[in-house]
Design a protein around this ligand. Structure first.
Ligand code: FMN
Length: 382
């Protein structure tokens, strides 16, 4: 793969409270359309398995600044099988029926009929705003065992056929696709896949600027994301990878021909990041990072939401990793991580948060902040 040529500003480029003195306003669309669905601002919350459940999405919505939220990826096959033996919808659809729109649900499989059935049901019964198809997941369970996700990037025509079936089944609900650059650095197929996806009637394409083989190593290659644009005539291109500050988002819009940006890991412990980026894109004052005590309160609110759904045992386990995300980049985070990793009950959790949650220090733009092992390695299924 070509060396990452991304010239995004350095880690501390986007401090809270800064006003971006832009020589010219960022070349940024105020909104984009996914078929009939307006997305404003053109900022997308990345789907992240094990993380972007309803509790997290509520935290993000609370601050605003995000144009489209997305669920975790949902296994279309399990979802469709439950048609035959009615049961609760998969856990990953928690909240989807009732929460505000716009909302995207992401599904994965490699069978056109299964994807189409799942998509149609999400469109008709769940009335989701967007059905997103996963062609980027590199984890062995999906890419190797199920020959889905990023496995399919080696066959652009097959991707096109899958998208076409789902588009037909979901109409008029827009269908989008999320891809990586290719399977391997010596097999970059993003351009061909983009053409196939567009011809098949998709409403947008998101490109994460790494290959499947890269997992999360190195830097996202924004030059290669940009190169995909020349393969698209009609649909928006959403760039994704390593954006963790308002300044980097502004720079990405300025330097690369993308129509929207997707942000994942950096917003896991900073659900207010989208609002900060939105302000920067509009040339407004970037809201300050919430102060330490406020962040602690937000973490506890997030915890209560998770507890309501998952109960004390599973809820506490689940919150350990979010707690690490909230603390990342703050002074004292390491010590806190060590303690919170051992909590086993809600009372333990609240106690550790009350006594050990870092008291201060900004985490804006600190790339070292992507240290949560699960989040960094992209462990999709937890
Ligand atoms: C823990 C984790 C889970 C993820 N789960 C999904 C997923 O379910 N579907 C998907 O398309 N991408 C998934 N991704 C990839 C992200 O959506 C995104 O493409 C990637 O993290 C790069 O963006 P970022 O640098 O802003 O985090 C996941 C990433 C992580 C770290």
């Amino acid at each position: 793969m070509a060396e990452a040529k991304t010239e995004l500003p350095g880690p501390c480029g986007g401090g809270g409270g800064d006003r971006f003195e832009t020589a010219s306003p960022p070349r940024v669309a105020r909104r984009l359309m996914l078929g009939p669905v307006p997305i404003e601002p053109p900022l997308f919350q990345a789907p992240m398995a094990g993380f972007t459940n309803y509790a997290y999405r509520q935290m993000v919505r609370q601050f605003g600044g995000v144009g489209l939220l997305a669920t975790e990826m949902v296994c279309a096959r399990s979802f469709v099988c439950q048609d035959a033996c009615p049961a609760d919808p998969p856990e990953r659809l928690w909240g989807v029926l009732d929460e505000p729109r716009p909302l995207a649900v992401q599904i994965w499989d490699n069978d056109p009929q299964i994807l189409a059935q799942a998509g149609a049901r999400l469109a008709e019964e769940f009335r989701v705003s967007v059905v997103d198809l996963n062609f980027g997941c590199p984890v062995p369970r999906v890419a190797q065992r199920a020959q889905s996700g990023s496995y399919l990037l080696k066959d652009p025509e097959r991707v096109g056929r899958l998208v076409e079936c789902v588009v037909r089944a979901c109409h008029p609900t827009p269908v989008t696709a999320k891809i990586r650059l290719g399977c391997r650095p010596d097999q970059i197929t993003g351009g061909q896949v983009a053409e196939a996806v567009e011809q098949a009637g998709a409403a947008a394409l998101t490109v994460h600027g790494r290959t499947a083989q890269d997992l999360f190593r190195g830097q996202a290659d924004w030059e290669r994301i940009a190169a995909v644009k020349s393969h698209l005539r009609r649909i928006p291109l959403i760039g994704n990878g390593d954006l963790d500050s308002p300044a980097k988002a502004v720079a990405a819009f300025r330097q690369y021909p993308v129509d929207g940006l997707m942000i994942g890991r950096a917003a896991l412990g900073r659900p207010w990041l989208f609002r900060q980026i939105q302000a920067a894109l509009q040339g407004q004052t970037v809201p300050e990072e919430p102060a330490g005590p406020q962040q602690r309160q937000l973490l506890l609110l997030h915890f209560e939401r998770v507890l309501q759904r998952f109960g004390p045992e599973k809820g506490t386990m689940l919150m350990r990793k979010y707690a690490c995300c909230y603390a990342q980049g703050l002074r004292g985070a390491r010590q806190f991580r060590g303690q919170v990793a051992r909590v086993a009950s809600p009372d333990d959790f609240r106690d550790v948060v009350a006594h050990a949650f870092p008291r201060g220090g900004s985490k804006i733009g600190e790339t070292e902040s992507l240290q949560n092992k699960d989040a960094q390695t992209g462990r999709y299924c937890s």
